[in-house]
Design a protein around this ligand. Sequence first.
Ligand code: VAH
Length: 317
Amino acid sequence: MSKETVLVLGSSGQIGTDLVHALRNIYGNDNVIAADLKAQPIAIGQAGPFEFIDVLDAVKISETINKYKVTQVYLLAALLSATAEQKIKSAWRLNMEGLFNLLEIAREQKHLKIFWPSSIAVFGPTTPRQNTPQYTVMEPSTVYGISKLAGERWCEYYHQKFAVDVRSIRYPGLISYKADPGGGTTDYAVAIYHEALKAGSYQCYLKSDTRMPMMYMPDAIRGTLELMHADAAKIKIRSSYNLSAIDFTPAEIAASIQTHLPAFSISYAPDVRQAIADSWPQSINDAEARNHWGWQHEYDLNKMTADMLQHLAILKK
Ligand code: VAH
């Protein structure tokens, strides 16, 4: 197998922190370069090379790819849904120019394999909300969703026109314990575990019956690596794959926590993020990912809750 060297742009974020850890277990610490504007969490940053990179700096990205003879790039840097509504121009610039910089580099350097995350945010209020299919009406009503839908179109264009090997997943809400999410609408599903252990109660910014597609980070990381390691001939969708695992409401995740912490209580105070959540699907059909490259989730809500509480309890000691 030829030597693989991986660059992770946006490595200090929620997905990046877990992904760097998983990639270094596969390729070796020195062959995975973490890169972000923010310093890497101590637990990850000291294990291998780290570079301060702004994804808007195409020259620095190209120089880093050449310096380390990079063969794969994961571009995770983005402003998420809630933040993007407050910073429209910055969100469009970061989410789009960052992707363009990388696609243009990959157009020149044909050997690169690219991963770029899309989101269920590409669907909007006119999309069927249950069992949302891969191909359907897509009229996102958020800055984040508009940027992700545009990004999907550009990924498919650069693959078809310039044979760029770019692969993508429409992530649902992601839950993890290594690094907190930032600026998303689904972030409550992480905060609730921290608050259950710390305060024994949580005030949720969504209504109790707000159902959203969700996934535990170990499933998301495994699915991402399975997609990136799949034979190119199996990847028939070059915009972005629907990927599904579970869906739940704040009331349901609270009930799951209460099976471990019976005294835990939840209250509700919906804010501006309710409108974002209400514009998204409630469940996702991922038949193409399962048929094309064998995707299968492993964590249901109760298995995720047990694992989250166990790891957070250890981290808080
Ligand atoms: C957000 N966590 O809430 C992200 C995600 C499906 C939601 O893209 O913005």
